[in-house]
Ligand binder design. Structure first.
Ligand code: KIV
Length: 273
């Protein structure tokens, strides 16, 4: 039987063929997921960026399966008609193909995700992807800047065309292993375009310029909820920090000054209704 996720995967392929852009955002909670679905987003990623966006960590290295499953299940309930992708956190898939499959199954059975994502394009990553895909679970790849590897690579670094051969062979290896799409993170525009043209599956860029098949951004960043985090690729579509701060301040003043609760906010006695 064809599932909603199957239909979305076909739809993404169709968009690539027609040259229509795929639009994705992260989400970490029910309310945000519901609004993203209402707005018509193609894919929701429950990224391990939850570590920074929700838990206030400096990077994604402290994210656990417990966090990922709780947030993915909230998002799945908020966006039941959208492809929800659960991001496999550090330590949950590196050891063996069996570990990777067991982790992916938890995302599907416990958190109702439609697919999973993992970082890396080397031989080991391709083997993990193949094992998960063979178990019947769709996988999204992720190459270029890999936040789970910052200790190895020495930080958050943009990938340039001098890495063209490595990037191309990683992208082709992931495609061969069966991923349905690949995230290209922080990449020179020409390199991302080259990889996109090389592949038959869609690429989804973040900080990878205009030549990818789609774009993904972190929802807190576009809403203006990430403080002064302002990388070159980011466009902010709202200033919710200002809106929230104003609401909190007004509530505090209201309560202190007796402006809240007012007459219309209280339950009157039964005989006065
Ligand atoms: O964790 C995340 O939000 C991601 C996106 C940046 C692609 O991996």
């Amino acid at each position: 039987m064809e599932t909603g996720a199957d239909r979305t995967l076909k739809y993404l392929q169709m968009k690539k063929r027609k040259g229509e852009k795929i639009v994705a955002l992260t989400a970490y909670d029910f309310v945000t997921a519901r609004l993203e679905e209402l707005a018509g987003i193609d894919i929701i990623l429950v990224g391990d960026s939850v570590g920074m966006a929700v838990f206030g960590h400096e990077n994604t290295l402290h994210v656990t399966m417990g966090m990922m499953l709780a947030h993915t299940s909230a998002v799945s309930r908020g966006a039941p008609a959208t492809l929800v992708v659960g991001d496999m956190p550090i330590g949950s898939y590196e050891n063996s193909d069996e570990q990777a499959v067991a982790t992916a199954v938890r995302f599907i059975s416990e958190a109702e995700a439609g697919a999973v994502k993992l970082e890396g394009g080397d031989e080991r990553s391709a083997s993990r992807v193949r094992a998960i895909v063979d178990s019947g679970i769709p996988v999204m790849g992720h190459i270029g800047l890999q936040p789970q590897s910052i200790r190895k690579t020495g930080g958050y670094r943009v990938v340039y065309s001098d890495k063209k051969e490595t990037m191309a062979s990683e992208a082709l290896a992931l495609q061969g292993a069966g991923v349905f799409a690949i995230v290209l993170e922080s990449m020179e525009e020409d390199l991302a375009r080259y990889i996109t043209e090389l592949l038959s599956i869609p690429t989804i860029g973040i900080g990878a310029g205009r030549g990818t098949d789609g774009q993904i951004l972190v929802v807190n960043d576009i809403l203006g909820l990430s403080g002064d985090f302002s990388p070159r690729f980011l466009k902010k579509y709202a200033a919710l920090d200002t809106v929230m701060l104003e609401a909190f301040r007004t509530f505090i003043t209201d309560v202190r000054d007796g402006g809240y609760p007012d007459k219309e906010h209280i339950y009157p006695a039964k005989d006065q209704r």
